[in-house]
Design a protein around this ligand. Sequence first.
Ligand SMILES: NC(=O)c1ccc[n+]([C@@H]2O[C@H](COP(=O)([O-])OP(=O)(O)OC[C@H]3O[C@@H](n4cnc5c(N)ncnc54)[C@H](O)[C@@H]3O)[C@@H](O)[C@H]2O)c1
Ligand SMILES: [Zn+2]
Length: 341
Amino acid sequence: MKAIEIHGSTGDSTILVGESIRSLKKYAPLERMVVITDENVRRHYQKDFPSCEVIEIGSGEKVKTLESVKEIYQRLIEIEADRSSFIVGIGGGVVCDITGFVASTYMRGVAFGFVSTTLLSQVDASVGGKNGVNLGGYKNMVGVFNQPQFVICDINLLKTLPEKELLSGFAEIVKHAVIGDPHLFSYIQENYKKGFLLDTGVIKKLVSDSIVIKSSIVNRDEKEKGERRKLNFGHTFGHAIEKTTGISHGEAVSAGMVIASRLSRQMGYLSMEETEKIEILLKKLRLPARLQIDHGRVIDALGKDKKRNRVSINFVLLKAIGHAFVKEISINELGEAIRDF
Ligand SMILES: NC(=O)c1ccc[n+]([C@@H]2O[C@H](COP(=O)([O-])OP(=O)(O)OC[C@H]3O[C@@H](n4cnc5c(N)ncnc54)[C@H](O)[C@@H]3O)[C@@H](O)[C@H]2O)c1
Ligand SMILES: [Zn+2]
């Protein structure tokens, strides 16, 4: 097992890679524990849950709403949860984002932790202390920064994950390698086949190296004033593509990373060789490098950020694999750039 520390303004968080869901009672008081989970995770893993109150939500992005939050608050009142309770979210990014928000606001905040059950949430969503829900069609519109006391990343839970979800996790792992660690990039190139087969050693390394990259950025810039923006690599176009095509987050981010790499190439920052390396690796990971997109709609979506219209974006570019930087680019310039792809 490997433990990685995050030092947030609200407290410290320990991320435990390779720990088991069955050890949950070592990290939180069983007699005061309340579990929040989703229907799929409960179906697969209730046998491993501690014997305590369980609150179940549906599943998927559609349940990441204030309505779900309200239902959970009401249930917490019914079971007489109070400030001495300990709330544990067992699930993917949706469950963790909702749980962190509920726990941070119920009775002005109770202690919480996560058992992260998807590859995406292990490497990304449950790391960094952002918790929240969507509102009126806008993602993560309402939320808080607050660190969970612990995150258990149990690699064994990934065995039941649908392939599409696994690929989304791989896209974020590539993102972390590309922005911060050329050695991890080479490791993925050499070991991705074992990764697909969920080889324990390979997955543990991919998950923990990924978390080290994200957590060290978060430790330097928890509130996203500067460096944390690098974690949006591939996501500016990714989100716009996801919104306009309806493809999965991981696929859209993959295409977004290819666009951002090519733009870095076009602007003279990244070598042709490394631009191609990124594209080749994503293809090997069965992620798309190119997509048919409606340029007009994508540019339109790009200009809208949480209801505001914007004229320029803090865009993440690459100088090399492992070296990202942020540059303000106008929407017009980005529009021109993707027309050429
Ligand atoms: N807070 C952050 O910093 C942050 C970062 C990245 C993403 N996110 C959020 O994370 C969410 C996406 O997370 P996700 O990809 O984990 O999606 P998810 O939580 O919806 O899980 C994906 C699907 O897999 C199922 N599932 C979960 N664990 C399983 C398991 N072990 N076996 C079988 N099925 C399982 C779920 O029920 C769901 O159907 C988005 O809402 C996104 O905004 C947050
Ligand atoms: Zn993402």
